[in-house]
Design a protein around this ligand. Structure first.
Ligand code: 4NP
Length: 150
């Protein structure tokens, strides 16, 4: 799961997937990262932490890190939140195989639309809730697609 800062969208997506992997006892590994280096080592944004806690999907234990080339080696799928994440991640790809791993997360919900999960960083509590709801639906669709569960 990749976004810009790795403190709002991608940790929430990771937390939702961790909860669903546990719920369905799936054999999957999930991680998240940001394309930027601004927040390395930090916990998620407190507004996302609060939204996550209110939905009983804790993310406070996650710590931000920066996406890097090795992530292509370590992951089968690299799911981005928006178009700038898409460009930034593709710029680090070393092969066609790397490039094929990069998809828009929301394509699992709205196929081939390349829709973005809006960046809530400068937004309101409602924006954080909208992001939570989108990520919840998109991670359900992802798990259905990959594992036929849910
Ligand atoms: P994220 O949100 O990419 O969903 O983690 C942002 C977090 C921080 C910044 C921008 C977006 N920032 O500009 O610091």
């Amino acid at each position: 799961m990749v976004c810009l800062g790795n403190i709002c969208r991608s940790p929430m997506a990771e937390g939702l997937l961790l909860a669903k992997i546990e719920k369905f006892k799936l054999n999957a590994i999930v991680d998240s990262a940001g394309t930027a280096n601004y927040h390395i080592g930090k916990a998620p944004d407190r507004r996302m932490v609060q939204m996550a806690a209110s939905k009983e999907t804790p993310i406070d234990f996650l710590r931000a890190r920066q996406f890097s080339e090795v992530d292509f080696q370590n992951n089968d799928l690299i799911l981005v939140m928006d178009h700038s994440n898409y460009r930034d991640v593709l710029r680090l790809a070393r092969s066609e195989n790397d490039k094929d791993k990069v998809r828009f997360l929301l394509d699992y919900l709205y196929p081939e639309q390349q829709m973005k999960v809006p960046d809530p960083y400068y937004g309101t509590e409602e924006d954080f809730e909208e992001v939570y709801n989108l990520l919840d639906k998109a991670t359900d669709a992802l798990i259905k697609h990959l594992f036929n569960e849910g």
